[in-house]
Write a protein that binds this ligand. Structure first.
Ligand code: ASP
Length: 442
């Protein structure tokens, strides 16, 4: 059994967070490979080390002293060293690094140092071998990770040392120069390491107990989603839920390695498991039907009417959609009736061109009438258990109807894992709360 763990910035913000990480790693012998971020914020007002490093680069560019920023960075790492009782001479490592920094130092190199120092400290603390990311994670010149080379190198290092700590976020180009991933990229490093080593699970340790069923700003203390598929995750994140981006975990997804989102501050919580599909279904999930609810505000509906539209409907629909395409409006839904159809889209996409678009549509001879309704919210009720099961939409409509919430649009995806309803913005939060109560509070 091999577990690859990635710890995010808030899990490494200071020595007390480092201590939590150590306890987590030591509580399970299979936790052999640890990827670390740079220390993040200790409080809301605090700075992330990576932000400070980018700030240093900006200071150098404009030729201003960065002593103040540098001492903030040093203090953070020295506090971790001392708080954890480590012997590593991090002071000299920091001094040595920054004494060599000058105008020619690349922004990627500077930005990567947070992860580097963090990994050096963590390696000693855990008694694991420090393996620098430049020694295994290789980028080609086009900026893509060279998977073959990286896998071979990491596998060799892992078999040599057994238990390792390696920094996230960066790797090396063929000429040895450091290159970083986009911000938040330690998640990618973790997923790559888990994939290359054929881990049994990729544990992504953060400061929340997994993915929540619904936005906690709308519902207080919502339940965590125990298990979610990538398809469900995509539906939920598309509709605004802030969850791990699927692209970051692509390497583990294609090798069918489960991703487990865990909370460093609540390690007993099993968190959320993400997989392509689950062979068995838990009773609780089957009874609940839904996995999560997400939603977005500020949509508009343009409804087109033509009496006895009949066979012309297809042609008219095509012409209308061409107008939307010309305006570069991302069409979300196209609900239709016998003599009408509607187009649902984000209001923002026609912000200054509302009248123009309506005018253009009203010029169509084949249209009797067209109307614009603004202030619509779309709510997605998502769940793999919903597919081919009866009564779910009934329950949704009953819940909303009984509470006098008018449903403006209805849509169900072909795979039946998603039902989307459009309601007025004023009803948005109330609708989400009611749906959550009726499905989740079992
Ligand atoms: N430290 C980097 C950032 O703040 C990468 C990461 O934490 O994933 O974006």
């Amino acid at each position: 059994m091999l577990k690859v763990l990635k710890f995010g910035g808030s899990s490494l913000a200071d020595s007390s967070q480092f201590a939590k990480v150590k306890r987590i790693v030591e509580s399970d012998d299979a936790r052999e490979v640890v990827i670390v971020s740079a220390p993040g914020k200790r409080t809301k007002e605090d700075n992330k080390i990576t932000d400070l490093l980018y700030l240093i680069h900006a200071h150098i560019k404009y030729g201003v002293s960065y002593d103040g920023v540098l001492s903030m960075i040093k203090d953070r790492f020295i506090e971790i060293k001392e708080g954890c009782g480590l012997n590593i001479d991090i002071e000299s490592i920091l001094d040595d690094t920054f004494s060599k920094v000058n105008k020619k130092t690349s922004v990627d190199f500077l930005a990567s140092r947070g992860e580097y120092f963090s990994a050096r400290l963590m390696a000693e603390y855990l008694g694991y071998e420090f393996v620098d990311a430049v020694d295994w994670l290789s980028f080609d010149f086009n900026g893509k990770v060279n998977a073959e080379k990286s896998e071979e190198k990491l596998r060799a290092l892992k078999s040599k040392y057994g238990r390792i700590v390696t920094p996230g976020f960066y790797g090396a180009m063929a000429n040895g120069n450091v290159r970083v991933f986009p911000r938040g990229g330690s998640d990618i490093t973790g997923a790559l390491a888990a994939a290359y080593l054929g881990a049994d699970v990729y544990e992504n340790w953060t400061d929340v107990s997994g993915i929540l069923m619904v936005d906690p700003r709308i519902v207080k203390d919502p339940k965590t989603i125990a298990r979610v598929t990538y398809d469900e995750l995509r539906e939920l994140s598309y509709m605004g839920a802030s969850v791990l981006h699927e692209d970051t975990v692509f390497p583990v997804r294609i090798r069918d390695i489960p991703v487990n989102i865990r909370n460093t501050n609540d390690p007993d919580d099993p968190g959320t498991i993400i997989r392509e599909h689950f062979d068995d279904e838990l009773e609780e999930e089957t009874e609940r039907f839904i996995t999560g609810i997400a939603g977005k505000r500020n949509f508009s509906i343009i409804s087109i009417y033509k009496s006895r539209i009949g066979e012309e409907k297809l042609g008219l629909l095509r012409e209308v959609l061409e107008v939307f395409a010309d305006y570069e409006v991302p069409v979300e839904q196209i609900p239709s009736g016998v003599d009408s159809f509607s187009v649902v889209f984000p209001s923002e996409s026609i912000r200054n061109r509302k009248e123009e678009l309506m005018h253009e549509l009203s010029e169509f001879e084949s249209i009797d009438n067209c109307t614009l309704t603004e202030g619509i919210s779309l709510i997605a009720i998502v769940g793999r258990q919903m597919a081919y099961r009866t009564g779910i939409s009934g329950k949704i409509f009953k819940t909303l109807g009984e509470n006098k919430i008018n449903i403006r649009t209805i849509e169900q995806g072909a795979d039946e894992i998603n039902i989307m309803v459009g309601v007025y913005d004023d009803d948005f939060e109330k609708a989400i709360r009611l749906l959550y109560e009726s499905f989740a509070k079992k």
